[in-house]
Design a protein. Structure first.
Length: 303
């Protein structure tokens, strides 16, 4: 193996981005540079090391064995360097670096994106990379600093912090209720058209609790199933049926009259909005700062 020449730290940062995104194009988007620049720097790094770091096909870029070994060695060092630089500047008023944050498409549109707009104005030297997906992302593999998850969390090796609790409402559109009898009890709901959100672990079984403490479990049947909270809300507003929507997502529709809350004297299990971030390393100031900010933002925005 040839002895490496002088290695540019930027080449290693580009290498890390390609390794975590498995794409030259996605790495370029993360770094804010041209795809051609990423290709040039990876070729230069491979030439200086005398190694093939990636296997390239028309569909994806994958780490070679040598590339995997280099990535595992470099990743904690690069994260440590980034955090050291952030700590050095933590006494300044402005945050720096890039906050890479993810959440669901619906939550991003309704809450997280408006919050990030405010946070960004307060910290103009901070870059923000918002990624939206209704699947559960791999924080380490995709280089995410922080993800915001709703509902009930499964066991995780990551650190989690509950930001706020929220209620859940059964809702319908006024148009749907003109053609269907309004329910007087949870049992009546089973006779209506239920829309199942397949992201839920048990979308057809819900437990209702009355103000006096009585509980009733309802098992639903559903012709309509959907894997997106936003699409489900659109189906409800269009009169396709009823379902459970979190209070944040339901708030504007209820205020405008597009949605009606059913059985307000009965409650469903409360859920939470959680901040999830990688364990095993010190939390960067940009992440700590945003978690504190978003917790306060949600408390002020709560319905």
């Amino acid at each position: 193996m040839a002895l490496p020449g002088r290695i540019d730290l930027n080449d290693l940062l580009v290498f890390q981005a390609v390794a975590e995104t498995a794409s030259f194009t996605a790495a370029a988007a993360r770094l804010g540079v041209a795809t051609a620049k990423v290709s040039v720097e990876i070729n230069r790094l491979e030439s200086r090391l005398g190694l093939t770091l990636f296997s390239r096909t028309t569909r994806r870029v994958a780490l070679s064995d040598a590339g995997q070994a280099l990535y595992e060695e470099c990743r904690p060092l690069l994260h440590g360097l980034e955090e050291a630089l952030e700590r050095a500047g933590s006494g300044k008023d402005q945050l720096t670096g890039t906050l890479r944050i993810s959440t669901t498409v619906d939550h991003a549109s309704l809450s997280l994106a408006p919050a990030l707009a405010v946070f960004s104005r307060r910290h103009p030297q901070l870059g923000i990379d918002l990624r939206t997906s209704d699947r559960v992302v791999d924080l380490v593999e995709e280089g995410i600093d922080l993800t915001i998850r709703l509902g009930w969390l499964r066991d995780s090796s990551h650190r989690t912090l509950k930001l706020v609790d929220f209620d859940q409402y059964v809702v319908a559109s006024p148009g749907y209720l003109r053609d269907a009898a309004a329910p007087a009890s949870p049992q009546d709901l089973a006779q209506l058209d239920w829309i199942a959100l397949t992201l839920m672990p048990a979308p057809l079984t819900w437990q209702f609790t009355e103000a006096g403490g009585a509980t009733h479990t309802v098992h639903f049947r559903s012709r309509l199933r959907v894997d997106s909270p936003g699409a489900m809300r659109a189906l409800i507003e269009s009169g396709a049926g009823i379902s459970v929507v979190d209070q944040f997502s339901a708030a504007e529709g209820i205020r405008s009259g597009r949605l009606v809350r059913l059985l307000p004297d009965w409650s469903l299990p409360r859920a939470g909005i959680h901040a999830v971030y990688p364990s095993g390393r010190q939390v960067p100031p940009r992440v700590r700062s945003f978690i504190d900010f978003y917790r306060d933002y949600l408390a002020g925005a709560a319905v």
